[in-house]
Design a protein around this ligand. Sequence first.
Ligand code: FAQ
Length: 314
Amino acid sequence: MSVQELEKIFQAKIDDEVKIEPKDWMPEKYRQNLIRQVSQHAHSEIVGMLPEGNWITRAPSLKRKAILLAKVQDEAGHGLYLYSATETLGVTREQTINELHSGKAKYSSIFNYPTLTWADIGAIGWLVDGAAILNQVMLTRTSYGPYARAMVRICKEESFHQRQGFEILLVLSRGSKEQRAMCQDAVDRWWWPSLMMFGPHDSDSTHSDQSMKWKIKRKSNDELRQNFVDMIAEQVKVLGMTLPDPQLTWNVKKEHYDFGEINWEEFWNVVKGNGPCNKQRLDARKKAWQDGEWVREAAAVYAEKRRARQQVAA
Ligand code: FAQ
């Protein structure tokens, strides 16, 4: 079959909402675009464990510690599903991880900000997981089968994460004057970086057009960001807190909230590696990879021994 014929079959599947599976023919650019997005998503989950991991030993009670441990472990699981999904596209996990460590692959800008107080753990759950869910619910319908299926499970866990974050902030918002101030300070610091998670404006997004045509993405960066603002602007009222944006107002005509402009200079600066914690995050990942070398070696030797034993028994 010619490439044109294969492309026609591929596009017909996309149009008919039939998932593309690993062994199906796919255009090389589709494969490369997915490797990029899914691996960066995997890296985000893994690097995303670091800001919260910072608070496991300092959680204010045993119950809070157990909940946070479970959440951080969930993020590790998400990273592993997503690395596996990336492998189905024909790259090894080592290649993918090397790209993170060399600085070639990106991960979400949000994880380059520090977690200064316990309220930050609440703000991450509510705002960061909240933004992640909106984006990931759309991805449960993405055109590549393994990615879509990984997203279904991830979204279930993310909604627990978001609720636990909101509940942390709700307790603080009903606490002492100091606790309320800590809550407001965390909301103030995490609000704008959370809006940046959705990526550049549609007009500046390099991949959106093609990704929408291939149904990798179903909603644009600006569309999802607007959904997020509309949701959070209402939820913040329950906390009795405010969002740090004087331009945030309900637009009756549009039936959406208007909001101020994001500081795109800050966003690109963080994406390029110059955010407050970029170096710290990458150093931590590289160290974890080096420290884990003996575990990977032992697991490989054990797997080989098992395989040899099974061969003898067969
Ligand atoms: N940070 O053309 P677009 C989570 C890059 S998971 C850094 O619009 P696209 C769970 C982009 O890669 C959070 N870089 O790109 C959790 C591209 O550069 P490239 C992660 C960004 O792919 C919670 C360039 O800018 N979620 O939080 C960012 O069409 C709590 C141009 O951008 C996902 O990864 C950014 N924010 O749209 C874990 C979801 N935005 O690659 C722990 C899957 C854009 O050409 C604790 N990903 N860039 O070098 C997506 O949906 C998309 O990739 C977007 C970006 C929407 C993020």
